[in-house]
Design a protein around this ligand. Structure first.
Ligand code: PHB
Length: 396
């Protein structure tokens, strides 16, 4: 890559952080913040987390409402990735927001969060090539910008019949793309009908929007491929469509610069994401969500010198609005990130699965519950709604 013009900023996570209860000059994790249209009491966000408990009909249900309601003390909850159309499906048992029954189901979830004083946005998702015909309408091939099969590093497709290989996807015709943009708009409208506080557009982690952005997966020769501007066109068009439903200050966009997940990579992330940061800056979005590579834990790809030590700090240099940073945070690194001014908000995933009252535990320097990875995906209440709160734990 071209390093001549890019001197990466330091990683704010390596800085030592003052006591988080200290009211220092710079804002801390527990200072209130205005993010877009919302006044949030602190900076700890619940990350979007696939839990696969929506059943074959992809319907949000009472158990999901209980789970999200338990976590309403997050400053903001980003819902698990939620498919915008039947074609957007890529994982068994994940919820949708394209029909009336799903809207009704989400109403219960939103009500459970809002009645406890929380805020929740719906993450809008299209999996693109990360899918399998068994989940597609009429058993069709999954769609993608180009007919590029996910490589071995992408693993296999999570279907109701078990793990299956990803097929070569079908490249979208140019005249189909407006229909996909409309699917996002319609889903955004449904999110509004369900009472969500806003929506997040999932442009990260190797799914359809990310497949359009990256030149490894986008080989198109029409207006949606080739130049960086063309590869960003799908995202910018669907953002405009979502903005016809929601004001910009209730819309977040999620990106994963230098991501490699699901074999979706770009040859020049500096150029691509510098362009995108500029295109999104000044648009008045609620936030830009940035995925650090550490979100993959032990499976995170190694960083060589071409990768910024902190992707968030790279984005901060190029984006003036609110940043939500996610990926492998500890209480300490989250605190350092906010105090350094590199991100206004920090998301926790795994820790929120195991600790419904995570913000209070962090504030009190309390012990965290251990997470049970075997119950991450599918199943029922076990490992979902049965993690103890602090008070209950103390009373045991
Ligand atoms: C997943 O379901 O494994 C998943 C969903 C959305 C992401 C990443 C992973 O952004």
């Amino acid at each position: 890559m071209d390093r001549q013009t890019s001197v990466y900023p330091e990683d704010p996570r390596t800085q030592t952080c003052c006591d988080i209860m200290d009211s220092a000059e710079t804002p801390g994790l527990f200072d209130a913040v205005t993010v877009g249209a919302w006044h949030l009491p602190h900076r700890i966000v619940m990350a979007p987390l696939t839990r696969a408990r929506a059943g074959s009909e992809r319907l949000p249900n009472a158990l999901m409402a209980e789970y999200y309601g338990q976590r309403a003390s997050a400053a903001l909850i980003v819902s698990e990735a939620t498919i915008v159309s039947p074609q957007a499906a890529g994982y068994a048992l994940t919820p949708g927001i394209y029909n009336e029954a799903q809207v009704a189901g989400w109403k219960g979830v939103v009500e459970a969060v809002k009645s406890r004083g929380g805020h929740i946005v719906c993450q809008l998702w299209h999996c693109g090539r990360i899918s399998h015909p068994s989940m597609q309408p009429d058993g069709a091939l999954p769609v993608a910008p180009s007919a590029v099969q996910p490589g071995e590093s992408a693993g296999q497709s999570f279907t109701e019949e078990g793990w299956q290989p990803f097929p070569v996807p079908r490249a979208l015709e140019t005249d189909e793309i407006a229909g996909l943009v409309e699917d996002f708009r319609h889903a955004a409208e449904n999110a509004k009908a369900a009472g969500f506080d806003g929506v997040e557009i999932h442009g990260a982690n190797g799914y359809l929007i990310n497949q359009f952005l990256c030149d490894g997966t986008n080989k198109r020769t029409d207006a949606y491929g080739g130049s960086i501007e063309n590869r960003c066109r799908f995202l910018m068009e669907l953002l405009a469509a979502v903005e016809s439903v929601w004001p910009s200050d209730r819309i977040g966009v999620r990106l994963s610069p230098w991501g490699t997940f699901l074999d979706c990579e770009d040859s020049d992330p500096t150029a691509l994401y510098s362009h995108l940061c500029q295109a999104l800056d000044g648009r008045g979005l609620a936030y830009l969500s940035v995925v650090e590579r550490e979100w993959l834990g032990d499976a995170a790809p190694e960083k060589d010198a071409s990768v910024p030590p902190s992707i968030t700090a790279f984005v901060r240099q190029r984006y003036g609005g609110t940043i939500l940073s996610a990926g492998g945070y500890s209480c300490k690194t989250a605190c350092a990130m906010v105090q350094a001014g590199a991100a206004e908000l920090v998301a926790f995933g795994t820790a929120f699965i195991a600790n419904p009252d995570l913000p209070q535990r962090i504030r009190d320097h309390a012990e965290l519950n251990e997470v049970d990875r075997s119950t991450f995906y599918g199943g029922g209440a076990k490992g979902y709604t049965d993690y103890p709160f602090m008070e209950r734990k103390a009373a045991e």
